[in-house]
Design a protein around this ligand. Sequence first.
Ligand code: B16
Ligand code: MG
Length: 221
Amino acid sequence: MSLIKAVMFDLDGVIVDTSNHHYLSWKKLCLELGYNLTETGNEFIKGLSREDSFLKIIDMANISFSEEKFKEYLIKKNSYYLNLIGTITPKNILPGVQSLLGYLKKKSVKISLCSSSKNAKLVLKKLDLISFFDFIIDGNDIKMSKPNPEIFLTASKKLKTEPRDCLVFEDSQSGIDAANNAGMIVVGIGNKNKLKNSEYCFPDFLKIPDHLKKHFFNEEI
Ligand code: B16
Ligand code: MG
């Protein structure tokens, strides 16, 4: 019997490398506003909602805008992002993701997408992955952005699983913190020197299946 009953996938930076597209879109907007958003600065906004990302940028850049301008810039950032993701196809799915989704399906584990992005469904459609997910929750459905656990707790409730039986894949610190706040098991995807507080951390999905089969599904490897 498997120990894990549901798996929650973040989208940007976990299933597909659109985290870089978000970064490039913010960077373009920031340059127009006279601020150089570096990769280090980007680590602080990764995984946050669009609004919270911009609030953090405004804080880091020490600038301020009227509410009207704030909204206008959010629309502009999204148009840059939509332009960049215009050409993504299933070829952009990160290595190892599709085989892991197939394995989880065979094991009858529930699969949820838990993304802060309001563009998540559009991206999943472009990647042709919608049918793998039992439940999809994204930035349009939540009130409180990661690191608040709302997104993960809503998904586990919907899938009728206890948080402790859920495994989360996350690439951002805010996402890892949200999953920990929800009381779930977290696997960080990325550089383990940069990601804190994830029980497990892997650079990508290629080495995960063996570990997962052994530790969460009691399989001999
Ligand atoms: P949007 P995830 C997040 O998606 C991104 O990591 C984050 O950088 C972005 O600001 C956020 O979605 C909102 O995206 O502007 O498309 O609504 O990593 O939670 O899948
Ligand atoms: Mg992410």
